[in-house]
Design a protein around this ligand. Structure first.
Ligand code: G6P
Length: 613
């Protein structure tokens, strides 16, 4: 889950790599480095810490030339220090590598290389790659063939980029398994390589995605793609619609703040082209869903990780309620161990912002193995989860950079709602009036989100009163129960305050023991079918001296009279209410973390896309 950038062409690679890494820093930020071919020699600059440290280093000891490769790291093997930072040079200092993934057989390979006299200068698994390549070059192979031989020797999932001072006209890269993507950006007389599209968007929108077990030899003017076994591939060139501007912070202090406030637009975009308000119908063409298939479906397994899994929990409720199809939500990392009972009438529906989360992809693979149909709801265009699915829904929210997911949570909620209505319609399980009413409700959503966002200053004020808390409990019921989980996740991720989400009805079976004046309790109590139950929950928390922060529907005097603070939301049809109730919780978490002076976009130990299991 590291970020990779490469450049070959007439320009100086250094600023291109630094800029590209800046856009990928969300993928990992323990250390960063670059390697550039300067006057026939590979010059490496790398250090522990964030990218700003690498930028300083390059200012202190400049380097320029082409080709060049760069890396921002999320440590797996070896501490995040300068020695372990990528790129890694081989013993001859003529070959250099950056890598995303884990060489699973690295101990064995390192022992073999050490026995041959190779000296390792880091604790990383990555270093084995460059030594193996050098070993094969020493036996007479060129860079491409030496790289191929190496790719076949290493186990695990990888994105790898290599260059050699002795073959300065090329960069060799490969993708093996699901350690994250390798994207080749096509320019005029220059080419780019990256782990993710945002790194190269300012240069080109024409891209090639490497599939698993494919490698490419990239020169200034050509891109030659082959399988690791040497079979030539005619790659498909994709046009990416995202523009570089949408990956900029603009007037906002943090990407997370920008992305929270983008939700009016992202929700509008999510609906665009999908909803026919006149006919009261939904269209999701990329899902390839026919009435025949819709009628055959007996069960849907939703699978995802992190925030996306909480979207899946809401999705389960929506699909069961609207389409009456039994659903199960299985966390991505558990799916394949649960020996799921699936067949050709089961759908495995993966939800993923990045489309590259290793555990989610592993769940999809398990589904594939068992002969089921795969669907995905994905944000990153061209990502693995999109490509391997039989049908997909694209989130249409544009790039999300902040590590804590916000707009890529609300978009799939709407996608899942639309999917539920479409399934119900195609199965003939919904009367026209109900269908039209459900579709019409979608029209309200962007404006309702906008109403919550306009309360930013109020929410910031409440955040000031909570900035020093040590724990926080979030309670919700029914369709807003997953929002309690998501609210707690947002707070813990970026403010490092211990926070727990709980089904409100379970409070009396344990968490109530924790409630006293030091335990704030966030209660999701909008006007939904569980409103009265939540009122009694608030009363119970108050009776134990807890401070209650309620998410309540505008005008709800009863909740206002009971709670210490209220996060107001506009009245919303209950099946869409999670889209609206989560936003004040995103804003609350954001403000608390920003007031505490924390690095909101790059919280410690986390990464945006987790491409390791
Ligand atoms: C990481 C991110 C989370 C995200 C999760 C799943 O943990 O920090 O924000 O929800 O991965 O990512 P995905 O890209 O599959 O939605």
């Amino acid at each position: 889950m590291c970020g990779i950038v490469g450049y070959i062409g007439p320009r100086d690679a250094t600023p291109i790599i630094l800029n590209g890494l800046k856009r990928l820093e969300y993928r990992g930020y323990d250390s960063a480095g670059l390697a550039v071919l300067q006057a026939g020699k590979i010059e490496v600059r790398r250090d522990a810490g964030k990218l700003s440290r690498l930028t300083e280093l390059v200012q202190e000891t400049p380097v320029s030339g082409s080709p060049g490769i760069g890396h921002t790291r999320w440590a797996t093997h070896g501490a995040p220090n300068a020695r372990n930072a990528h790129p890694h040079l081989g013993s001859t200092k003529r070959v250099v590598v950056v890598h995303n993934g884990i060489v699973e057989n690295f101990l064995e390979l390192r022992d073999e290389l050490t026995a041959e006299g190779v000296k390792f200068s880091s604790e990383t698994d990555t270093e084995t790659i460059v030594h193996l390549v050098e070993h094969h070059i020493a036996s007479g192979l060129d860079l491409t063939e030496a790289a191929r031989r190496t790719f076949l020797q290493i186990q695990g999932a990888h994105g790898i980029v290599l260059l050699s001072a002795d073959e300065p006209d090329k960069i060799v890269c490969a993708r093996i398994g699901n350690a994250g993507g390798v994207v080749i950006g096509l320019g005029e007389g220059e080419n780019f390589i990256a782990s993710d599209i945002p790194a190269i968007l300012e240069h080109t929108r024409r891209v090639i995605f490497l599939e698993s077990r494919q490698m490419a030899v990239v020169t200034r003017d050509t891109v030659q793609v082959e399988t690791l076994d040497g079979m030539a591939i005619q790659p498909q060139v994709h046009s990416v619609a995202w523009d570089a501007v949408s990956a900029e912070k603009g007037e906002y202090r943090h990407f997370m703040q920008k992305e929270i406030h983008e939700q009016v637009r992202s929700l509008t975009d999510t609906l665009a082209g999908r909803v026919d308000f006149n006919a009261g119908r939904i269209r999701l063409p990329e899902l390839n869903l026919t009435p025949g298939l819709a009628r055959k479906i007996e069960k849907i397994y939703l699978t995802a990780c992190g925030t996306a899994a909480y979207a899946g929990m809401v999705g389960k409720i929506l699909i069961e309620k609207i389409a009456r199809i039994p659903c199960a939500l299985e966390i991505g990392s558990e799916f394949r161990y649960s020996d799921p009972i699936i067949d050709e009438n089961t759908i495995v529906l993966a939800i993923s912002q990045s489309g590259e989360t290793a555990d989610t992809l592993a769940a999809m693979e398990e589904g594939r193995k068992k002969g089921t149909r795969l669907w995905s709801i994905v944000n990153a265009i061209g990502s693995q989860a999109m490509r391997i699915a039989d049908g997909y829904i694209s989130m249409q929210t544009g790039p999300e950079i902040g590590v804590a997911s916000t707009k890529a949570f609300t978009a799939p909620l709407v996608d899942l709602y639309m999917l539920a209505v479409l399934l119900a319609d195609l199965r003939g399980g919904i009367d026209e009036k109900t269908r039209r009413a459900l579709v019409a409700d979608l029209r309200l959503i962007p404006a309702l989100a906008g109403k919550v966002l306009s309360r930013d200053a109020e929410i910031e004020k409440i955040a000031y009163t909570l900035k020093d808390i040590r724990d926080c409990l979030y309670l919700g019921r029914g369709i807003n129960m997953p929002i309690a989980y998501e609210g707690a996740l947002k707070l813990k991720e970026i403010s490092y305050i211990h926070a727990e989400g709980y089904p409100a009805g379970e409070m009396k079976h344990g968490p109530i023991a924790l409630i006293d004046e030091n335990m704030p309790v966030v209660c999701l109590a909008p006007k939904d079918p569980w409103h009265e139950k939540m009122i009694s929950q608030i009363q119970q928390a108050k009776a134990r001296g807890g401070m209650v922060i309620a998410v309540a529907t505008e005008g709800d005097e009863l909740v206002a009279s009971l709670a210490d603070h209220v996060l107001w939301v506009p009245e919303t049809p209950w099946m869409l209410s999670p889209v609206v109730t989560v936003i004040p919780l995103q804003m609350l978490a954001y403000h608390i973390a920003a007031i505490r002076g924390l690095d909101v976009d790059q919280p410690r130990n986390l990464a945006k896309s987790v491409t390791v299991e």
